[in-house]
Design a binder for this molecule. Structure first.
Ligand SMILES: *[C@@H]1O[C@H](CO)[C@@H](O)[C@H](O)[C@H]1NC(C)=O
Ligand SMILES: *[C@@H]1O[C@H](CO)[C@@H](O)[C@H](O)[C@H]1NC(C)=O
Ligand SMILES: *[C@@H]1O[C@H](CO)[C@@H](O)[C@H](O)[C@H]1NC(C)=O
Ligand SMILES: *[C@@H]1O[C@H](CO)[C@@H](O)[C@H](O)[C@H]1NC(C)=O
Ligand SMILES: *[C@@H]1O[C@H](CO)[C@@H](O)[C@H](O)[C@H]1NC(C)=O
Length: 426
């Protein structure tokens, strides 16, 4: 155990040094990178292949290819049977980006992007209200069916209803390779308006029977969702003997989430902008209460997960978006290790391509961005007053995840001060 840890630590240090010197994978501000080095939480869970143990002098990295080569040799613990991965997130936590880690896995993964969108849409009442109890139960039941490759309940929430299990309206079909590759992609025939189509090739309307058959053929199933509010509500999925559930909860600094939401959903935050200008933020506002409620849900879910109750033992992992942005390859390897699914070359290649990209790609759901740069960007756009308010509303959540409070405007905008503490979760 100790040897394993030491080797891995050497490995991490080497990778970090390389990152620092060659700007590979993701460039991190030097301070942050150095600070991260000694206690990076990754080592204990990453295993070198085979028993031949490299020592420091052998780790003569000099090129990008060698790093890539090393990473290819990270293996995950072999593990039997089907896996059902739920990426549990909230909006603007980078969940589209992290979802790609599973979407890109290859031919043995069936990945669905936000299927619960349909459920939420249909169960939202007049005036945007929802029945929390009904939503919670339906989310759980639809998720269970989807993990078992059964689309019948989801179909009842698709509008207009699929005809003979065929639809052009499955939300963001194009974000799921499983729904756009063979055999689910059948030859294109022009047939009216198609809001959600595949990006890489033209496919006929989605045949959900075919999708279900394809799903049954795949060893692993992954679903990304920003809609489940409380981890506890999924207990019966974790206990279902037909499933081997693995929950990865993705969290992010609430200040950054708010900053990102204000850009992505600008209309909804018009009045916030006015408050900031006026210098007066009312704490009894509905949106303000919602922000606090979100933070509480995230915290309560994480507390349940970190407590590791028997029903969740070995099934829960907490990941901070910021750590992924700074060390995407290593965090991905760690996530795969947790799920017990092999970390494929396709995933590694995707990460290499997409974490070196400049932020020329646009669109609010874009996953192609300079991820390390994104991590701290919000600090230079967010009025201090607003940061202060989030800190007040989300204090326990921020403390739990290790997000440092900015005590002053100077501290907020001082690049040399990191607002992310090193933390190891489990
Ligand atoms: C890596 O592990 C696999 C499976 O245990 C083994 O077949 C292979 O020979 C190993 N490769 C190296 C380079 O040790
Ligand atoms: C893994 O390591 C071995 C040497 O230990 C090397 O020959 C091989 O190319 C590396 N990469 C892969 C994908 O096995
Ligand atoms: C909410 O949904 C539950 C379960 O479907 C139902 O029993 C309850 O009456 C609903 N509550 C309201 C206020 O509509
Ligand atoms: C959908 O796919 C299934 C399975 O291949 C097939 O039996 C069925 O005819 C298809 N439905 C339509 C409407 O083409
Ligand atoms: C990514 O962001 C970092 C930090 O701002 C910057 O130094 C680097 O040049 C960027 N890389 C690319 C490829 O845009």
């Amino acid at each position: 155990m100790k040897i394993k840890y030491t080797i891995s630590l050497i490995f991490i240090v080497a990778v970090v040094i390389i990152e620092k010197e060659n700007n590979i994978i993701s460039k991190v501000s030097d301070k942050l990178a150095l600070k991260q080095t000694p206690q990076t939480p990754l080592p204990s869970s990453i295993r070198q292949n085979g028993s031949s143990v490299p020592v420091l002098s052998e780790l003569d990295f000099s090129s990008y290819l060698e790093v890539k080569w090393r990473l290819e040799n990270i293996t995950s613990e072999p593990s039997e049977g089907r896996k059902h991965i739920l990426l549990l997130a909230t909006t603007r936590t980078g969940s589209s980006f992290v979802g790609e880690f599973f979407n890109q896995h290859g031919s043995n993964m069936f990945y669905l992007f936000e299927p619960l969108w349909h459920v939420e849409r249909m169960l939202t009442l007049e005036g945007g209200r929802t029945n929390g109890t009904a939503l919670t139960q339906t989310y759980r039941d639809v998720l269970r069916q989807l993990f078992l490759c059964d689309f019948s309940m989801l179909e009842t929430f698709i509008e207009p209803p699929p005809k003979d299990h065929v639809t052009t309206r499955l939300f963001r079909r194009g974000s799921s390779q499983s729904l756009c590759n063979d055999p689910v992609c059948t030859p294109f025939v022009k047939k009216g308006y198609e809001p959600y189509h595949c990006h890489n090739r033209r496919c006929a309307a989605l045949n959900l029977t075919l999708a279900s058959l394809s799903c049954l053929e795949k060893e692993n199933h992954a679903i990304k969702s920003v809609r489940v509010r409380q981890l506890e509500t999924l207990r019966s999925l974790a206990e279902d003997p037909r499933l081997d559930l693995k929950v990865i909860q993705l969290v992010r600094d609430p200040r950054a989430m708010l900053a990102s939401r204000m850009v992505a959903f600008a209309n909804k935050y018009e009045h916030w902008k006015r408050w900031i200008m006026d210098g007066d933020i009312p704490e009894d506002d509905n949106e303000v209460r919602k922000l606090k409620g979100n933070c509480e849900n995230i915290r309560v879910s994480a507390e349940v997960g970190l407590r590791q109750p028997p029903w969740l033992r070995g099934r829960y992992m907490l990941v901070r978006y910021e750590d992924i942005a700074m060390f995407p390859m290593l965090k991905a390897a760690e996530m795969y290790r947790f799920t017990g699914i092999p970390f494929t070359p396709q995933v590694k290649d995707w990460i290499l391509r997409n974490t070196q990209a400049s932020d020329k790609a646009s669109g609010v759901y874009s996953t192609q961005k300079n991820s390390s740069q994104q991590v701290e960007k919000w600090r230079f756009n967010m009025p201090f007053k607003l940061a202060q308010m989030v800190q007040k509303l989300c204090r326990p959540t921020m403390s739990l995840f290790g997000y440092t409070f900015a005590e002053s405007e100077e501290m907020l905008t001082d690049r040399s001060i990191s607002l992310i503490e090193e933390r190891t979760f489990l």
